[in-house]
Design a protein around this ligand. Sequence first.
Ligand code: ADP
Ligand code: MG
Length: 242
Amino acid sequence: MLEVKGVTKSFGTGDRTVTAVNNVTMAVPDGEFAAIVGRSGSGKSTLMNLLGALERPTSGMIFVDGQDITRLGRGELVQYRRRSIGFVFQSYNLIPNLSSTENVMLPMEFAGVGKDERRQRARSLLDQVELTGGKQHRRPGKLSGGEQQRVAIARALANSPRLILADEPVGNLDTQTSGTVIELLRSLAHARGTTVVAVTHDLSLADRADRVFRLQDGRLQAAGGSGPAPSAAGAEARESGR
Ligand code: ADP
Ligand code: MG
């Protein structure tokens, strides 16, 4: 379970303060696929960085499996990012001179997994994201965008994280490829019980999500899943066409 309680993040000081995330409260149960939508500048990436403990909030608490990650010390933070979180980015961020398999093995090396097991697990993860055969030995430059994002998703799964954070994961992909990557993220959430939070501009991604959080000027709109209010549930159902 991911729980965000009254989280605010401001940048700068005095007159120049920008409140990128403003008193956000939300929860995502284990194994759900949640989408965060909103215009450019609405605070989506800042919220993701807070969830991934890449930034600390100005105020508020973030609980992952009951532990407030905003209170972790430096060493604990490194462990949290390595073991509990899988990051997926719009630009894939694969290492160009490593093969698909080697890219997926890398986070396991940081986690101290032995080489044979790393290779075996990487192959199995690549099979799961349906990147098979010779493509497992190719470098990212020899793969399509959708294939590269599959490798990135397999890499995000490498250390069996509790949470996958995907910032605009289909931002660089065509509509059809986006659809298959979205379905992959959704099925991983449901099949593995891994919570997936994905930022998107793409309404078809939001449509496939179990819940949708809408940010506007850093504030969460009453659009779904953030609380028990009946109006919020109704808005979510309308939004997803259910
Ligand atoms: P989104 O991802 O929805 O486009 P961001 O979270 O990137 O939005 O940004 C939200 C707001 O916070 C914007 O006004 C942006 O300029 C500001 N912002 C984000 N990061 C920083 C930072 N490191 N320093 C100052 N302002 C920032
Ligand atoms: Mg962003």
